[in-house]
Design a protein around this ligand. Sequence first.
Ligand code: PGA
Length: 282
Amino acid sequence: MDDKSIGITVQQTENSFWLADFFGIIEGMKINLNKKIIVANWKMNPLSKPSALALYQGLLEKAKGQKSLTIVCPPAVWLGFLTGSRPTNLYLGGQNCSEIKEGAVTGEISAWQLASVGVDFCLVGHSETRRRGEDDLLINQKVKTLLKAGLMVLFCIGEKERDREGKYLEEIKKQLSIGLKGVSKKDISRVIICYEPLFAIGGKRADTPEEFTHSSLFIKKTIGQLYKAKIGQEAKVLYGGSVNKNNAEDFLIAGADGLLVGRESLKSSAFGQIIAKAGKYS
Ligand code: PGA
């Protein structure tokens, strides 16, 4: 796939120079987003540092040599400990960030702080943070802040319920159009859409691959309308919600550009099987 790779060149920001200085990261580093992208969302797990290090080590082993791209999103408190070399196909992600760069914002994490500990991606707009009061406008500010800090955005969207009349598509459209407001044509290539219908999160039941295909096409069409058709076609849309080692491949076959995995990412053996399956389609 490499010849078809569009790759993403991380912009030369004040921040990335800083990274280059401190971490020896090469300027103009390319991350090939044309591989299947598997995101491990640990949420607020595990509870101890030894467990976090052991889980990370397990995932590193599984990712090694696989063709897919793995992004591990641990709780921020563990990020600074996940140091040392890692496979070139494995990246770190944050789970959320402040919309504000720095200053008197107690309890929050700056996108620039994430970048300074080697993080390249960050989730934003996850339903569990929306549920605690984030609205589309705040999420939009966070998306733009992350882009400014030179990170790539894992922008989560998804409807609460699915009605037969198709009103849920309006909700998806609203989340996209407000969440991406002011994001330039250039920057949109650093935004990955993570589509997670809320009813599918947390083990009740996954969506069906057929429904995912339908929603994914709608998302691409909407992005096409917001930008231009080609940008919509090239947009990356991941599926999330009760992904496990048994259903992962079905969503990849249904056209998912990757998967956002919660509980199953806490088991390195099961998660390893998911990234290996994704490798087949990368
Ligand atoms: P789940 O979580 O895989 O445990 O359903 C997914 C998510 O919330 O990102």
